[in-house]
Design a protein around this ligand. Structure first.
Ligand code: TRP
Length: 332
């Protein structure tokens, strides 16, 4: 057997998981668990680069872990842990800070965007990409699946790794970013021209379906979903059909039927029926996830014990690389 590739994913514990995250990412992670050596990290240390209410953060970290486990991430097959519980992450960050020119960080577009919105910018916000580099480099990661917006951070990670390796000798593997295809994208239900997003969902009630939404909430979003003034229920790239196409894409992702089967199924039906049927497959998909989630959340101690044990495994996997980095730098 050839060695499985190490795939590292970082997940922000802010905002709520929605259907776009599930179809675009989580569903595939679950399906690919046997294929790759998957590492899922809930990046709570990244979250605090912008102020988080402590009680909200605490709840969101457990919620993110609970949702991922409920969706089928299996701690026997994948590593799923909370970043702040593995001190190798901030520890390596310090070492990498010392080889990272400040100009590299000031150039990051995400930093510039976020900083422009703040009155006072924390050192952590500037340092965010170095923490991200540490996450990735600690595990000798091969692949990092991320959105296009993270491309610059992945390139920076490679630059930092290369600079460290040049200065101190071969220490880190150079990771590669993987960027999901456009086809896997679920668009906003209120506005099918933008990708379904956590931040928009916080402000726009009818933008997304949350994975923990009740059947009534699902229907309330679906029945308002943007369609068009026509009546054809077909897959289409035409901008005017973006809403209908998005509904069909959701239906296809959740039923695993072919486009031809689906178009045939909806032939002659009205948009109202399409919305109802899409809502029903969403509700059916979410029901077992929510049942499992509620079970997990009822026993916070058991959940914390799962996380504790994963954090220990993550620490053990990170340790050799951290030790090597420290040795190479000259620590005793
Ligand atoms: N910056 C990433 C995002 O906002 C989250 C993240 C943190 C991450 N550490 C990571 C992603 C390591 C991939 C690998 O999406």
């Amino acid at each position: 057997m050839t060695a499985r590739k190490i795939v590292f994913s970082g997940i922000q514990p802010t905002g709520d998981f929605h259907l776009g995250n599930y179809i675009g990412a989580v569903k595939r992670w679950v399906a690919d668990q046997a294929l790759h050596d998957n590492i899922f990290c809930i990046v709570d240390l990244h979250a605090i680069t912008l102020y988080q209410d402590p009680n909200v953060l605490r709840a969101k970290i457990r919620q993110a872990a609970g949702v991922l486990l409920a969706c089928g991430i299996d701690p026997q097959k994948s590593l799923l842990f909370v970043q702040s519980q593995v001190s190798a992450h901030p520890e390596l960050t310090w070492l990498l800070n010392c080889v990272t020119p400040i100009g590299w960080l000031e150039r990051m577009t995400q930093y510039k965007d976020k900083a422009a919105k703040q009155e006072s910018v924390s050192t952590g916000l500037l340092d965010y990409p170095v923490l991200m580099a540490s996450d990735i480099l600690l595990y000798q990661t091969d692949y990092v699946p991320v959105g296009e917006d993270q491309k610059q951070h992945i390139e920076l990670t490679r630059d930092i790794a290369q600079r460290f390796n040049n200065l101190y000798g071969e220490t880190f593997a150079l990771p590669e970013g993987i960027f999901p295809k456009v086809g896997a994208r679920i668009m906003g239900l209120d506005d099918p021209t933008v990708k379904m997003s956590k931040s928009i969902a916080t402000d726009q009630k009818h933008h997304a379906v949350g994975l923990l939404d009740s059947p009534d909430q699902v229907w309330s979003v679906l029945k308002r979903a943007t369609t068009d003034s026509g009546k054809e229920i077909v897959f289409s790239d035409a901008p005017s059909k973006a809403g209908v196409n998005n509904l069909l894409t959701i239906y296809q992702a959740l039923t695993d039927q072919t486009q031809i089967e689906i178009e045939k199924h909806f032939e002659g039906k009205l948009y109202g029926a399409l919305k109802r049927e899409v809502a029903d497959v969403i509700i059916e998909t979410l029901a077992p996830i929510q049942t499992r989630y509620n079970e997990l959340m009822q026993d916070a101690r058991a959940l914390d014990a799962i996380l504790q044990s994963s954090a220990e495994q993550a620490a053990a996997r990170a340790a050799p690389t951290l030790r090597k980095a420290k040795e190479h730098m000259g620590f005793v």
